[in-house]
Design a protein around this ligand. Structure first.
Ligand SMILES: [Zn+2]
Length: 280
């Protein structure tokens, strides 16, 4: 069973069927004590003991969405049966490389707080730019990164999510109708909004621009007149810029590429979070 299975089961057991999903309420219902501690050594700590499980969350986390994610991540270690260590000490960072166990706890957390079954039917109310995705993250009390990843994965829009640091692509994920790939490790073009944000390195309000599609992608359907939209938000705590790309009117027949039944999985052989078609 994948980590999502255990998250969905827990939501079903607790009859949780609406946003926002509050992991502090969940631990309360489950009788798992959660204390906040003034520590910089970790963000979340789980003592995994069926009788006396307990969780410590660092009070250094100021962002509510990130705090919720950290607690949900610890619940992941608690509920995933193969996570059989006695203690887990974690600093979930979506942009750093990590082993399979930490990734599974992240996937559990993401599905617990943003379950596909509740999220997908409401995504049409939000657009692929960061103004809108920030709104979605506020409506769900979730971290911006987790929200953007889930939006991209389940959106009907033709969109892609990219994280860059030092003008280099760290990871890439896309909706099923976005037909292009952007390679991990590739350099981004000067002239993109992302490149100008990378230089500043401080938090700024998100901005969007229309740009020649060839700055980002090449291939079938792209010519000199093709454009796409680019929206950026810098994440200075992590030293990365998050970028959404989308085609409001795809210059191609996306039904040729999109496949509702396409199954995506997180790639495990590289330090990335991108999901891809297992056939590739
Ligand atoms: Zn962990």
């Amino acid at each position: 069973m994948g980590p999502e299975y255990y998250a969905i089961n827990l939501l079903e057991d607790l009859k949780i069927r609406s946003f926002p999903i509050n992991p502090f309420e969940i631990t309360k219902t489950l009788g798992i004590p959660v204390v906040e501690s003034n520590t910089k050594n970790y963000e979340g700590f789980l003592l995994k003991d069926t009788q006396n499980a307990r969780i410590i969350i660092s009070n250094q986390i100021t962002n509510k969405g990130r705090k919720n994610f950290t607690l949900a991540h610890e619940l992941g270690h608690h509920y995933i049966p193969t996570h059989d260590k006695k203690t887990y000490q974690c600093s979930p960072n979506p942009f750093s490389s990590k082993g399979i166990i930490e990734r599974e706890a992240d996937i559990f957390a993401s599905e617990l707080l943003l379950p596909e079954i509740l999220l997908k039917p409401m995504l049409h109310m939000y657009k692929a730019d960061f103004e809108s995705i920030i709104e979605l993250s506020e409506d769900c009390d979730t971290s911006l990164t987790a929200t953007a990843i889930k939006f991209t994965k389940h959106s009907d829009d033709c969109c892609a999510l990219i994280a860059t640091s030092n003008n280099t692509i760290d990871w890439f994920g896309k909706s099923s109708s976005f037909p292009y790939w952007i390679d991990h490790g590739a350099q981004i073009s000067a002239g993109t909004l992302t490149a100008s944000y990378s230089l500043k390195g401080v938090f700024q309000e998100p901005e969007s621009q229309e740009i020649h599609a060839s700055y980002w992608v090449n291939g079938k359907g792209i010519d000199n007149s093709s454009t796409l939209f680019e929206s950026c938000v810098p994440m200075p705590d992590y030293g990365v810029v998050l970028t959404m790309l989308w085609f409001p009117d795809p210059p191609f027949d996306s039904s040729v590429y999109g496949d509702e039944d396409e199954e995506y999985r997180y790639e495990t052989d590289k330090n990335t979070w991108r999901w891809r078609n297992p056939e590739e």
